[in-house]
Design a protein around this ligand. Structure first.
Ligand code: GLC
Length: 745
């Protein structure tokens, strides 16, 4: 073929090539910000408004004209919610959206193992990806300020450092699937009572030392792609568009480029939402398809009202463009990220992950006379008593409710594990909540039992008397005013007469184990009458297997409490100094709010316990093992010299028992002399180490000056005051095994 023809063909191909050039925003090889700017430049004003608010209960429309994908969100922090109807909370009745239910986040926190958090995030992210979701509405990391908070089970405990070390790998794990984590509820959503009107009044030092660190770590270390604002207010403005939280701190001080999503129905007007740092509006209690207007979603505050405000000059398009950039960034990181994996659902890996996390999260609170683990050579007849031995817990509790592929109950797990070695007899003991339905999902159980409390008690006592060991499996459930969204508990006491029953059982048989299934702390008036106590949490699909594995000693328990087990509310700063739940007030707009001064300040959890020299039922960081550990002398240089940016602390830890086990070595810092009031000690490092019998490991910690600092609100910065610091190495916050000191310059 002669050259002339070839050149003509070449020219034509290059021309075709010009038409075939992929626009920058669609070209994955282009830098993210270039894709964002290119897409933004092509969008109309209407398209910019559409992309920043919902089109259905859990989705936003993208830009169909440009092929910019929709954003689909899904709850929740412990499993992927079943598909719901277009604009309903009710499930849609799909047959392929049953998920793996993972343990509650307090159980994850109780592992004190960041590797478990990474495994958790990766696994749940794979299920969200498989369901083709772009945003997983979790993790929740609000601080455990009061044991009454209905959603403590969805969060990671009372200590900002523990929260910050566990949230980062969770976020990274989720996002490794090209699914955005949506860290919630930013910030100060520490109670469910009055959650739409609570107005926490918190000083800056408390805010920065207690309530922000987890969120800061998620944003700046975990690189979370989205945050969810809370329903509550803060200093008089709604958290979901609070200029201090969203503009000054999250997008300003932390230089965060992600997307702020409102909680569902958390937006109350356009102007403050526009200027307060919100980027996407979801769930304003509207029926998107039938509530009068042709499409009620156009009535969202970020819909027509915002469009009209731009058109009449009330709002600048610059503000809108920043919101649109953040939504486009979220879209290109997720739905339009061709490199993301395909995910998986209900895999053996996820089942194994749920079980492993559950086994590591169970906390052995007490084990007198080494009653546990169960030895079927001695314990030939096992009595299992209590409603929580048979009640499925993955359904209910609010937005974290799931349609699990399966959920193995404690009794089923115990039968699986011990059924061939011992006789297992079950008695209900009490009737609590026989229901099991939420948003159209049912557990399929019928727990109706019309016997009288007297009959139930008598049966339980008899069964206990006849057994070699008694496992009482009770606690709370996901009903209102227990571990549930949108209501707080009204007391720390166990419901349904369980306290009395436990005392009766302790008289019927001294070999009594109490397994408390709950996501928050409960009062234990019977604690001295029960030789063995386990905090069993909500462990999801693998509940029965994880619990049975610990009861049998197949898994050596290594969990530690992520919050203080108070004996009463008198030991809780939020209640003793308060306020909780606050007092009525009228805000600047004339609305009735519940002002809630956090008078306890930084003295939350063990910080309050230490300051007031109190003795809780069980301290923060407490957890036993079936083996024992000895700590050697902690050592460190005597000077943390000016020129050094860190100092090392070493402590030898030995497994002095006869079985392999894991121990979480906790490092607390005490500023011996400071110009401001500081807690007696604060958790600043921890390490979980596995040791074979007789094995010793030198556990090493590195401390920088941040670990020695407090937040100076006047200077608005963290300050380390030179002087003497004491390092306390503990097996819990109150079981200090070794100390060392140094002078920091
Ligand atoms: C709820 C919750 C939030 C959840 C959202 C969507 O009200 O506060 O955690 O993700 O609405 O269900």
């Amino acid at each position: 073929m002669n050259k002339k023809i070839l050149s003509i063909i070449g020219f034509m191909l290059s021309g075709l090539g010009a038409f075939a050039t992929t626009p920058v925003y669609l070209d994955e090889s282009q830098p993210l910000e270039d894709r964002v700017e290119d897409a933004l430049s092509r969008m109309t004003l209407r398209e910019k408004i559409n992309i920043i608010h919902a089109q259905s209960k859990f989705s936003a429309p993208g830009v169909p004209r440009l092929g910019i994908a929709e954003i689909w969100c899904t709850d929740g922090p412990m499993g992927v919610r079943p598909e719901v109807l277009w604009d309903e909370w009710e499930q849609a009745g799909w047959t392929n959206d049953s998920c793996t239910a993972f343990p509650s986040l307090t159980a994850l926190a109780a592992t004190w193992n960041p590797d478990m958090a990474l495994l958790y995030g990766k696994s749940i992210g794979e299920e969200a990806r498989f369901r083709n979701k772009s945003v997983l509405l979790g993790p929740g990391i609000n601080v455990y300020r009061t044991p009454l908070n209905g959603r403590n089970f969805e969060y990671m405990g009372e200590d900002p450092y523990l929260i910050s070390r566990m949230v980062v790998p969770y976020v990274q794990g989720v996002q490794s699937n090209g699914v955005a984590a949506c860290v919630k509820h930013f910030a100060l959503n520490n109670n469910e009572i009055n959650r739409h009107t609570s107005n926490p009044i918190v000083d800056d030092r408390t805010l920065y030392e207690i309530y922000l660190p987890g969120f800061k770590a998620a944003a700046t270390e975990g690189d979370a792609w989205s945050f969810m604002g809370g329903y509550n207010l803060f200093r008089g403005e709604h958290a979901s568009y609070n200029p201090i939280l969203m503009n000054q701190i999250l997008k300003g001080e932390w230089d965060w480029d992600g997307t702020v999503i409102s909680d569902w129905g958390a937006v109350h007007d356009t102007k403050t939402a526009v200027t307060g740092g919100l980027d996407m509006e979801f769930g304003s209690w509207t029926d998107g398809l039938s509530n009068g207007a042709s499409n009620a979603y156009d009535n969202y505050f970020f819909a027509n009202p915002y469009l009209e405000g731009i058109q009449n000059g009330t709002y600048s398009e610059d503000e809108l463009n920043d919101k649109v950039r953040r939504v486009l960034r979220l879209t290109f990181r997720t739905a339009m990220n061709k490199n993301r994996p395909y995910g998986s659902m209900g895999s053996d890996e996820h089942i194994q992950a749920a079980r492993q996390i559950g086994e590591e999260g169970v906390v052995l609170l007490k084990n007198d006379n080494n009653l546990l683990p169960i030895d079927t050579n001695k314990h030939k007849k096992i009595a299992v008593i209590g409603e929580n031995a048979i009640k499925k817990m993955t359904v209910g509790g609010g937005s974290s409710s799931l349609k699990a592929r399966y959920e193995l109950t404690p009794l089923e797990g115990i039968k699986n594990r011990f059924g061939n070695e011992a006789e297992i007899v079950y008695a209900r003991g009490y009737v609590g909540d026989p229901s099991g339905e939420y948003n159209g999902v049912s557990t399929g159980q019928d727990l109706t039992d019309n016997r009288s409390p007297e009959e139930l008690t008598a049966e339980a006592i008899q069964v206990a008397k006849d057994a070699d060991i008694v496992l009482f499996i009770g606690g709370l459930n996901k009903s209102n005013h227990q571990d549930a969204e949108d209501s707080d508990r009204e007391t720390m006491a166990l419901p349904y007469g369980q306290d009395e029953l436990i005392m009766e059982l302790s008289k019927a048989n001294p070999n009594l184990v109490v397994v408390n299934i709950s996501g928050t702390g409960v009062a234990m008036p019977w604690v001295n009458s029960v030789p063995s106590i386990l905090q069993g949490w909500y462990l999801g699909s693998e509940t029965g297997n994880a619990l049975a594995s610990v009861l049998a000693g197949d898994a050596n328990p290594s969990g530690k409490l992520p919050y203080t087990y108070y004996a009463s509310l008198d030991q809780v700063g939020a209640h003793k100094l308060g306020e909780y739940p606050g007092h009525k007030s009228i805000d600047a707009l004339g609305n009735e709010v519940m002002d809630m001064p956090y008078n306890e300040g930084i003295y939350v959890g063990y910080r309050f316990i230490d300051k007031n020299k109190l003795k809780p039922t069980f301290p923060f960081g407490h957890g036993l093992s079936y083996t024992t550990f000895a700590y050697g002398d902690a050592t460190s240089p005597k000077i943390f010299a000016k020129g050094d940016d860190k100092i090392e602390v070493l402590v030898p830890v030995t497994n002095t028992g006869d079985r392999k086990g894991k121990e979480t070595v906790q490092l607390y810092v005490r500023d011996v002399k400071s110009s401001v009031d500081r807690p007696v000690k604060e958790l600043k490092r921890f390490k979980k180490v596995e040791l074979n019998p007789g094995e010793t490991k030198d556990v090493s910690f590195e401390l920088d000056r941040d670990a020695l600092s407090y937040f100076d609100a006047d200077k608005h910065e963290w300050v380390m005051e030179p002087g003497e610091f004491e390092i306390l190495i503990g097996s819990s916050s109150s079981d200090i095994r070794s100390k060392t000191k140094f002078k920091a310059e």
